[in-house]
Ligand binder design. Structure first.
Ligand code: IPM
Ligand code: MG
Length: 360
């Protein structure tokens, strides 16, 4: 079976990590007789430089024709001064919206091999971290209208609109409950319903949608408390369901407590294909082009692409096993380096994973 992947390398370390990610998944798929073809398209700062737009129409077209989209990262100081509607980030938000990718899945897993890199107290780390943030991705204050800055300089007002329609809440709630059934059957919904009407509706609709899922345990936390519980007792969480803005913040927190932002993958899914798969970290312009980036979050996003984007669980598992084997052998990139381990660059780390994909 031949599958077609659109590669959006983006900016900063994007091209380096995508090169490793694409090489690994191509090899893993090949071991099970599946052929992957790749085509690049421009997104973010790279697209601004080439076309003046962060999301050229041709990129949307190429993504729509693909079976899955594999994305590096966008943004960098070079484009800090461009007008707000032309920023690289607009390209990323635009492609999520254009493809209808309303469900962003961000697993945070503390691999035993990396327990030493966990930022939390030893006892907390020993209890384990295996949670998944289900973040709504195409609504909320990210997209709400009206938005803008009005008034005369010296007396201006900036404003955004936080809004959720019932149907948007229902479908992401179902995503979370369905996913919980494949895990430990616990959903914690995060909102700020003590202050925000948007959140009051959120909680009401989540409770209503839960009626179809009697086998799944549902709890609720205010976002400030959730942020605290994530560092105090992350092992209590299974599926964390939340909106776009809170999910953005909590998923960085969930990621970094496991040791490094450089390890965590994500999948963005809609009602139909293609899905989009990307590491949750940014473009790290400070280390771009130096062969220092950790490609493992991208490689693990590639595993999610194989499993959820293409429906190929076997090569997905092979990639995940290979990453763990490489870590167990003591190979590390700079961001997860510990005494006594072997330091590798981005290319060498990708190659190590391929070695295991070939032999496991
Ligand atoms: C993320 C990022 C993006 C977001 C930015 C780059 C627009 O932080 O994917 O978490 O806020 O969604
Ligand atoms: Mg973020």
């Amino acid at each position: 079976m031949k599958k077609h992947i659109c590669l959006l390398e983006g900016d900063g370390i994007g091209p380096e990590i995508i090169a490793q990610g694409a090489a690994v998944i191509s090899r893993a798929a090949g071991r099970y007789g599946h052929e992957l073809s790749f085509e690049k398209a421009l997104l973010g700062g790279a697209a601004i430089d080439a076309t003046g737009e962060p999301l050229p129409a041709q990129t949307v077209e190429k993504c729509r024709q693909a079976d899955a989209v594999f994305l590096g990262a966008v943004g960098g100081p070079k484009w800090d001064d461009v007008s707000p509607d032309k920023r690289p980030e607009k390209g990323l938000l635009g492609i999520r919206k254009a493809l209808g990718l309303y469900a962003n899945l961000r697993p945070a897993l503390l691999m035993p091999e990396l327990a030493g890199a966990c930022l939390l107290k030893q006892g907390t780390a020993e209890a384990g971290i295996d949670l998944i943030v289900v973040r709504e991705l195409t609504g909320d204050i990210y997209f709400g209208e009206p938005r803008g800055i009005s008034g005369e300089i010296g007396n201006r007002t900036g404003f955004n609109t936080m809004a959720y329609r019932e149907e948007e809440i229902r479908r992401i709630a179902r995503t979370a409950f369905d996913l919980a059934r494949l895990r430990r059957r616990k959903v914690c919904s995060v909102d700020k319903s003590n202050v925000l009407e948007t959140s009051r509706l959120w909680r009401e609709v989540v409770i209503d949608e839960h009626r179809g899922y009697g086998d799944v345990e549902l709890s609720h936390l205010y976002v400030d408390n959730a942020a605290m519980q994530l560092v105090r007792a992350p092992s209590h969480f299974d599926v964390l369901l939340t909106g776009n803005l809170f999910g953005d913040i909590l998923s960085d927190e969930a990621a970094v407590i496991t040791g490094s932002l450089g390890m965590l993958p994500s999948a963005s899914l809609g009602a139909s294909r293609p899905g989009l798969f990307e590491p949750i970290h940014g473009s790290a312009p400070d280390i771009a082009g130096q062969d220092k980036a950790n490609p493992l979050a991208t490689i693990l996003s590639g595993a999610m692409l194989l499993r959820l984007g293409l429906g190929l669980p076997e090569p997905a598992e092979l990639v995940e096993k290979s990453v763990r084997a490489v870590l167990a052998e003591g190979f590390r990139t700079a961001d997860i380096m510990e005494p006594g381990m072997t330091l590798l660059g981005c290319v060498a780390m990708g190659q190590k994973v391929i070695d295991y994909v070939d032999k496991l």
